[in-house]
Design a protein around this ligand. Structure first.
Ligand code: ADP
Length: 523
């Protein structure tokens, strides 16, 4: 096993990885931007290296500095977390060239799966169904002018048009290098196609440095169900069951759960999807943790969507129902260990649910929110896990992803567990930054969610004009609480922050500050 690794990330995921290392006796080196000098991940790691200011050319993307920091501190491996450099094939190969271990799959696999069209071709070749679509010989897209004015078109254009007609509308224009919903455009009529493909190309070029796009049939209100896979360097591959991530806003996940309410009632579908996920991983000799994403239509047909070659944000729910620590297995597999379990010995126990706590304004089109965290109470209790990188006093800035933390609960059954989540959300207090906590509560309470009748349009369908219920405490109480916090001696505040940041649930100081602000009457 490694003696020391560098964690090339920030926030909750950096903290999560550092904690796994601590439990395994592995030394940790954090990297941080100036804005994160006092951040939890910077403080928790054994060592921390400053890699630059929080500017647009983001510190956490500085591959050269990060590799240099790993060498200088005597690390043997780099864990990229998710986002930033996690799916950057050039980074993975630079790490290998520096004779360090990249904790993830090979650069070759990252590159291959980083192209949605290449990934689709691999899957088709091994018989995994993909969403119907069209790549063309070259996926440059339909030129806006020729299509709009009916000018003479080239062969490529005619091919596109024929494919479009065969597929019918609506369809999706997607970026070949896509991720995070960027470069994706819904097209409802032929007339919309030229502009949509032009703007998707522009966005893709800006976000990924690659303007290639392709077309996919737009499935109507599908479910998003993905499978966690784990492979080692000895040819073993298993799946760790599914995660249903159908509850999304703007095609980005908000709530994830396992077992999926759909598959809970259809073991044969679960088995077929699990086998397809393993076949997908085997097709590329996948090593380390990865995720095979599928869409499932109303007729229970499933289609490969994409493969994520990294740890996912929603990995904790898989950990809670399988009892396996995915980060530890990533480290063991990267160090050359063989997986000691076979598919048949794995099972799911109970029901796990995750809510993503975002700094965003659900009442205003989910616009990211910023501000200083003045007051923070994270929920505690049996079966409640909070993966967070947040401490009171932190500034939430526009430089980074608005994900603040993840609240994860484990229960015996879905209904019981939803109630556990609602109770945990009631305990959660974040003052100073607008968060989606009350939106999540309304979402969980909705009939469709309660029934498990999920699809990727659920939020749009039922929560388009969502407004928070009026806070039950008068605004005055909130203002007084915030002022009290602000007026405290800076040192006292720091000490209290430090005390409250600990995860000892019996800490009396923690209880002291556990007065309810806001939503007491909604119990
Ligand atoms: P990205 O990699 O940019 O996140 P994905 O391909 O993973 O994009 O898709 C993200 C989400 O977009 C899916 O979970 C689903 O909600 C929606 N989506 C993607 N492709 C389709 C499709 N062909 N039909 C319907 N919805 C889709």
């Amino acid at each position: 096993m490694f003696n020391k690794i560098l964690i090339a990330n920030r926030g909750e995921i950096a903290v999560r990885i550092i904690r796994a290392c601590q439990e395994m006796g592995i030394g940790t080196v954090a990297v941080y931007s100036e804005a994160d000098a006092a951040a939890l991940h910077t403080r928790l790691a054994d060592e921390a290296v400053l890699i630059g200011p929080p500017t647009a050319s983001d510190s956490y993307l500085r591959a050269d500095r990060i590799i240099e920091a790993a060498r200088q501190t005597g690390c043997e491996a780099i864990h990229p977390g998710y986002g930033f450099l996690a799916e950057n094939a050039d980074f993975a190969s630079a790490v290998a060239e520096a004779e360090l271990v990249f904790i993830g799959p090979s650069a070759e696999v990252i590159r291959l799966m980083g192209s949605k069209t290449a990934a689709r071709e691999v899957m088709q070749a091994v018989g995994v169904p993909v969403v119907p679509g069209y790549h063309g010989e070259e996926s440059r897209g339909l030129p806006a002018r020729s299509a709009r004015r009916g000018e003479r078109r080239g062969r490529g254009d005619q091919e596109w048009m024929a494919a479009v007609e065969a597929m019918g509308f609506p369809l999706l224009v997607k970026a070949v290098a896509g991720g995070g919903g960027k470069g994706m455009r819904l097209v409802r009529t032929a007339a919309e196609l030229p502009d949509a493909s032009q703007s998707a190309r522009r966005e893709a070029l800006h976000a990924f440095g690659d303007e290639q796009i392709y077309l996919e049939k737009y499935l109507s209100s599908p479910r998003h169900i993905e499978f966690q896979i784990l492979g080692d360097a000895h040819g073993n591959v298993v799946h760790l069951f599914e995660r249903e991530c159908s509850v999304q806003r703007r095609h980005q996940k908000i709530i994830e759960e396992t077992p999926s309410p759909l598959l809970a009632g259809d073991e044969s579908l679960r088995q077929r999807m699990g086998q397809a996920a393993v076949a997908a991983a085997r097709a590329v000799n996948y090593v380390n943790a990865g995720t095979v994403e599928f869409l499932v239509d109303a007729e229970y047909n499933f289609y490969f969507l994409e493969m994520n070659t990294r740890l996912q944000v929603e990995h904790p729910i898989t950990e809670l129902v399988t009892g396996l620590d995915l980060v530890k297995w990533q480290l063991r597999v990267a160090a050359g260990e063989a997986l000691p379990f076979e598919q048949a010995s794995l099972s799911q126990r109970g029901h796990a649910l995750e809510c993503r706590i975002y700094a965003e304004d659900a009442a205003h089109n989910f616009l990211p929110a910023t501000g200083q965290v003045l007051y923070l109470v994270e929920p505690v209790g049996p079966g409640i896990r909070v993966d967070s990188g947040l401490v009171p006093g932190d500034d939430v800035t526009p430089h980074y992803d608005p994900l603040l933390a993840k609240l994860i609960v484990l229960g015996e059954h879905r209904q019981e567990n939803i109630r556990k989540m609602m109770a945990a959300l009631r305990q959660y207090v974040i003052l100073g930054v607008t968060s989606n906590i009350s939106f999540l509560r309304d979402l969980l309470a909705h009939d469709a969610f309660q029934r498990g009748d999920l699809n990727t349009d659920l939020v749009e369908q039922y929560f388009n004009n969502w407004q928070p219920k009026r806070a039950s405490s008068p605004d005055l109480a909130l203002i007084v609480a915030a002022l009290a916090e602000l007026r405290e001696e800076p040192r006292a505040r720091e000490q209290r922050s430090a005390v409250m940041a600990g995860d000892d649930p019996y800490n009396p100081w923690r209880q002291l500050s556990n007065f309810r602000v806001g939503e007491a009457d909604q119990k």
